[in-house]
Write a protein that binds this ligand. Structure first.
Ligand SMILES: NC(=O)c1ccc[n+]([C@@H]2O[C@H](COP(=O)([O-])OP(=O)(O)OC[C@H]3O[C@@H](n4cnc5c(N)ncnc54)[C@H](OP(=O)(O)O)[C@@H]3O)[C@@H](O)[C@H]2O)c1
Length: 320
């Protein structure tokens, strides 16, 4: 099999910390180049990861020896650079959240569809085995019929120069922490859900800092999600059923050496299951590669559009 030749657009923390090391660990990927707005930054990343340094994102997109792009830019820059990358014929693994709003997501997906290119949001947590473990417990009837999904994802304040406090860059807790909880809700409620009520709070910032939402599904099951980055750290979900409850303690950010615990509570009994540690960044890169090679794009477009619709509804409901 030919290697997937990959280029990285932007010297982001998440790229350095997690995604580029994962790319380097997969034999079927060939990291060709990293682009930055500045030559200096590109050079320092390129030296660390043994690839070419490119100044300017467009110069990387113009390269014919690159098939796929990993794009860890702030959300506010996504539409411009996704459209340019698609025009250049590249498949894109993009950091969440893909879009500032639903219409923007639709424009990106429409062009990707027209070009037959993949766009996939980097919700790496979906590819950690702990969620399949939870699904297996549910399938075995351990908690009876599902009633409610609850999830919290939030962390303490960041440095004030972080793009997450900049509205034009796509900052705010909705497009960041909330995105995980809303995406996780769909794992257990399915995609046929809608936002019934929501709140977003800015305090004195130009972006939303924390909030919550109530989601409903056709099945009658519902979800309560809470999120923020002015919060005590939380990163979990629980599924409450007619006969028991399952808790995932570290639902979204288990490190590659972290052994997640899944807790099952039933009448008078509590079981703590240790699930295998995994690198979910490697897992999602493998899924991205599979989709590119098998030209399996439509399911990912649908996932993107449904997620963007829900985030849009959440923002709209918070104003109602
Ligand atoms: N999947 C995950 O686990 C995960 C975790 C954390 C973050 N993320 C997502 O990854 C993306 C990057 O997050 P991060 O925390 O790594 O951010 P970051 O370190 O601030 O990186 C963002 C990069 O975007 C480029 N950029 C271009 N224009 C910019 C602007 N106006 N302001 C700021 N940066 C600009 C910069 O690269 P150059 O200067 O090199 O051009 C910068 O290094 C976000 O979308 C975030 O939501 C995902």
């Amino acid at each position: 099999m030919n290697k997937l030749k990959i280029g990285v657009l932007g010297c982001a923390n998440i790229a350095k910390r997690s995604v580029i090391p994962a790319i380097k660990s997969i034999a079927e990927y060939d990291l060709v180049a990293i682009a930055s707005r500045t030559q200096e930054k590109a050079t320092s990343f390129a030296l660390e990861f043994d690839c070419e340094a490119i100044e300017g994102y467009q110069n990387l997109l113009d390269r014919n020896d690159i098939d796929v792009i990993y794009m860890p830019l702030p959300t506010g820059l996504h539409e411009e650079w996704v459209m340019k990358a698609l025009d250049a014929g590249k498949h894109i693994l993009i950091e969440k959240s893909l879009a500032m709003n639903y219409d923007s997501a639709k424009r990106m997906v429409d062009l990707a569809r027209q070009k037959g290119l993949l766009i996939m949001e980097n919700f790496m947590f979906l590819y950690h085995g702990q969620h399949n473990f939870v699904k297996d417990l549910i399938a075995k009837g351990e908690i009876g019929e599902l009633r409610c999904f609850r999830s919290s994802f939030g962390f303490p304040p960041l440095n004030k120069d972080n793009f997450r406090y900049n509205a034009a860059a796509g900052g705010g807790a909705l497009l960041d922490a909330a995105a995980y909880t809303v995406r996780a809700s769909q794992l257990f409620l399915g995609s046929d859900v809608w936002i019934e009520g929501a709140t977003l709070n800015n305090l004195d910032a130009e972006v939303d800092l924390f909030g919550g939402a109530y989601l409903k599904s056709e099945s009658g099951m519902f979800a309560e999600v809470a999120f923020g980055f002015d919060n005590f750290y939380q990163c979990n979900y629980e599924i409450w059923g007619s006969k028991g409850k399952i808790i995932a303690q570290r639902a979204f950010t288990p490190g590659e050496n972290f052994t997640p615990t899944i807790t099952l509570e039933k009448q008078g009994e509590i079981f703590d299951y240790k699930v295998d540690a995994e690198n979910h960044f490697i897992n999602i890169l493998n899924e991205f590669k599979r989709c590119v090679l098998q030209k399996e794009v439509e399911a990912k477009y649908e996932e993107i559009l449904n997620q963007s619709r829900l985030l849009q509804e959440l923002r709209d409901k918070s104003k109602a």
